[in-house]
Design a binder for this molecule. Structure first.
Ligand code: PXL
Length: 276
């Protein structure tokens, strides 16, 4: 029986429905054993809350890796999300090189920016380090802002297919053969995901909802990883993740004042159904 254990490395934002509090339940719900490496513990995420606490766990990362090596623990896939510093990115690179099974799939969500702007605390050096990590990944899952930063291209919201394909070519030159490019819109009221897999483009389009939620990118990537690990093709996994993210955003819109994240928990059963 094919049994997979995945490792996900990102922060714990104690409140905020993002990073590990999203990845762990979603990938587990997909039926995959999910091990975690928390890179930091914050009281909340950094987008909209003020005065949050931040406990940096960077210096614990090499010791955790060494213990796993000691115990011969390895992972069928390693998936990274928000990472707090360039030093953490270096540690993650070392984990990629040493903690995977021979066929380990490495997925990097370069969670560092949105709506044309880097998240607080990140700079050009961080973007450069992220380019290196993307270069040793099998799949990267950028949004438009992250794709532009990684491709040294000016961000714009008004673009065409040629612009997106040009960005994809530059991204692939970083070294990663497969790109799951989220939030690509070619028509008013629509958005979608471009899947670039070993030289082939495909596109899954869906409705653009009037409300957006913080943390949807983390929900999307986690569902993509879960579906991919369940044996779905990259395109099918990208579609399943998009449909799930849309359901999460729709559900969140029914709640009063739920501004800090997307309420994915009540719709997890739909994700599970879509995997059968
Ligand atoms: O959702 C990405 C994310 C994860 N973790 C932390 C964040 C953010 C985005 O702002 O602040 C701590």
């Amino acid at each position: 029986m094919d049994y997979k254990r995945i490792l996900t490395i990102q922060d714990i934002s104690c409140v905020g429905q993002c990073s590990l509090t999203v990845a762990l339940p979603i990938i587990s719900a997909c039926g995959i054993e999910t091990s975690i490496l928390p890179s930091a513990i914050l009281s909340t995420h950094t987008a909209g809350f003020t005065g949050y606490t931040f406990r940096d766990l960077t210096d614990d990362m090499p010791a955790i890796r060494n213990h796993w090596l000691d115990q011969s623990l390895d992972f069928s896939a390693i998936y990274t999300g928000y990472l707090g510093s360039t030093k953490q990115i270096t540690h993650v690179g070392n984990i990629f090189m040493s903690c995977g099974t021979y066929d380990c799939i490495k997925i990097v969500d370069p969670a560092m920016a949105d709506n044309g702007k880097l998240y607080p605390g990140f700079d050009d050096a961080y973007v450069d380090a992220m380019k290196g990590l993307c270069g040793i990944a099998d799949y990267i899952v950028p949004n438009l802002t992250e794709a532009c930063l990684l491709a040294d291209t000016e961000y714009k919201t008004d673009y065409d297919k040629a612009f997106i394909e040009g960005l994809l070519e530059k991204l692939v030159r970083l070294g990663c053969p497969n790109v799951i490019f989220t939030g690509v819109s070619y028509a008013p009221g629509k958005t979608g995901v471009v899947v670039y897999e070993s030289g082939k483009y495909s596109y899954y389009e869906h409705d653009l909802l009037p409300n957006s939620c913080h943390g949807t990118g983390d929900i999307y990537s986690s569902a993509f990883v879960g579906a991919l690990m369940r044996g779905k093709s990259a395109f099918d996994a990208a579609k399943i993740a998009a449909d799930f993210a849309v359901e999460c955003i729709k559900y969140t819109a029914t709640l009063d004042n739920h501004w800090y994240g997307a309420a994915f928990e009540p719709v997890l059963s739909k994700l599970i159904e879509s995997l059968t």
